[in-house]
Ligand binder design. Structure first.
Ligand SMILES: *Cc1c(COP(=O)(O)O)cnc(C)c1O
Length: 496
């Protein structure tokens, strides 16, 4: 049975490993580390035999490797509930040619960004886990969001029995459409707060609440326990592995690669969850040559990959790809654990350095592992140029996050001449960031995000995702904006 241990655990073979259900419920380990598989699962026997399979079938193959304590019936039910008509594409995640690459479109879910891929299944995995573990507590889902996780978590958890969902987003920093998506959310168990701070502040506050034993005790008395919908939850990470296996199978079906041929993956990265999922996919047998990690102006990961030094002590930029405006990238901790040969003690000391000095330095074996990654970043201007260039050339419409990926990919090819077939994770619909895209395409500038949606539709004919239609006519239900110091109080107030 697969066990999950903390990235900071002291023994290599911890006796205290949790099963998947327990890890999903807890969200974060007691020592503040993140749950990781103690051993990676056996690779899928032969990926080239998976051609013709549906997304749900591949999802089952992947999830069953990681979540061995769930029965087949449990997992099938979760998968069926998640990947249904909520997605506007039958394929769930279509692979579309654009430029010299393939775009893995992860934005056809209800909130028009890739977070739906995992957050449409997490609530089902969690409620099953509670049943399996016979836990009667109600679960409070605390979520810090840089823009897209919040809405996807609200959509996923709204009115899910036994849960209450609380979302904190940076009041300045998310796009107008992103904010409105969250503030109009209906449901009897939803709470949405803007905070005066950036994503890192929101994430730090949420982590602090998780690690506050007195608050936990107070809430426990009232029958509450916390869990997380952020990508620190292993229940979010594993469903993201699915679409890298799927993409490889689609490339085979298209005849773009031969069985066993290596591919490159490009991931516009913020909290490092999505790109880490591609790393897990390789453990499952997807042949990946390079993991190309694309950042915006907040290029802390670019520097880390290139120098081995992680230095979050730098200027924070608010960019047009807000879901990547992150300086403390949570899931990197998991990569450090895997690259260091499951050395929890080392990871704990690096994370202590990060806490105390905002900085840490990779050990030699981590540096060796990092050579499989390529790190690059795109400025705001380069991102806009990329959107315009690919649209003019191919009529392929990218959102700013995806465009960061495309630009870094172009740089990589120029620098290395590497012509390996490449999958770029397309993480959001361009309509979520219409103001930016309209401007990038040289259309008359539009400050209003909703008007920009109409304008972009008229100019390109690309259909507007259902979840974004009529958004500006819905009543705003959540108006609170908090100081950072009020977050814990707001949590109590929401639950008690
Ligand atoms: C969350 C998000 C990202 C970054 O993904 P991570 O898993 O945090 O690295 C990139 N693009 C979009 C549109 C997102 O919503």
């Amino acid at each position: 049975m697969m066990k999950y241990i903390s990235t900071r655990s002291k023994q290599k073979n911890s006796m205290e490993g949790k099963n998947a259900a327990q890890a999903i419920i807890k969200g974060i380990a007691e020592d503040k580390g993140l749950f990781v598989p103690e051993k990676m699962p056996q690779p899928l026997s032969d990926i080239s035999t998976l051609t013709g399979k549906k997304y749900k079938e591949i999802a089952y193959l992947v999830l069953s490797r990681f979540f061995e304590d769930y029965t087949e019936e449990d997992l099938q039910e979760c998968i069926d509930c998640a990947y249904d008509e909520k997605f506007e594409s039958d394929e769930i995640a279509p692979l579309v040619r654009g430029g010299d690459a393939y775009f893995l479109e992860l934005f056809h879910g209800p909130t028009a960004a890739f977070k739906d891929m995992a957050l449409s299944i997490l609530p089902h995995l969690l409620t099953k886990a509670l049943k399996k573990e016979k836990i009667n507590n109600k679960i409070a889902i605390l979520t810090a969001t840089s823009g897209d996780t919040g809405k996807a978590a609200l959509e996923g958890f709204a009115d899910v029995e036994g849960t209450e969902i609380i979302v904190f987003y940076p009041h300045v920093g998310v796009s107008q459409v992103q904010e409105r998506q969250m503030t109009v959310q209906t449901g009897n168990n939803v709470h949405v707060f803007g905070i005066k701070g950036n994503f890192d502040d929101a994430q730090a506050a949420v982590k602090a609440i998780f690690n506050d034993p007195s608050l936990a005790a107070e809430l426990e008395q009232e029958g509450w326990q916390f869990s997380s919908a952020n990508s620190i939850n292993i229940g979010r990470l594993v469903p993201q592995v699915v679409y890298y296996v799927w993409a490889y199978v689609k490339l085979l079906e298209k005849g773009a690669i031969q069985p066993g041929e290596k591919i490159n993956v490009v991931v516009p990265t913020g909290n490092f969850g999505n790109i880490l999922a591609s790393f897990y996919a390789r453990e499952l047998g997807v042949p990946v040559r390079k993991f190309i990690c694309a950042s915006n102006q907040n290029n802390v990961l670019t520097d880390f990959i290139n120098t081995g030094v992680y230095d979050a002590k730098r200027k924070f930029y608010i960019t047009s790809s807000p879901s990547m405006d992150i300086l403390v990238s949570s899931n990197l901790e998991r990569l450090l654990f895997h690259l260091s040969g499951n050395n929890g003690q080392l990871v704990a000391s690096l994370m202590k350095d990060l806490d105390e000095t905002r900085k840490f330095e990779a050990s030699d074996n981590i540096r060796v592992g990092l050579t499989e990654f390529y790190g690059g970043f795109a400025t705001e201007e380069e991102t806009n140029e990329a959107i315009d260039e690919l649209y003019q050339r191919d009529h392929y419409l990218m959102d700013p996050h995806t465009a960061v990926g495309y630009k870094v990919y172009a740089d990589y090819v120029k620098k290395t001449g590497d012509k390996t077939p490449t999958v770029i994770a397309a993480t959001a619909s361009a309509y979520k960031f219409s103001e930016t895209v309209v401007k990038a395409l040289g259309l008359p500038s539009q400050i209003d995000g909703f008007k920009a949606i109409t304008q972009l539709h008229q100019a390109t004919g690309v259909s507007v995702p259902k979840g974004l239609q009529g958004l500006n006519e819905k009543p705003v239900l959540h108006k609170h904006v908090l100081e950072k110091t009020q977050i814990a109080e707001a949590v109590k107030h929401s639950l008690l």
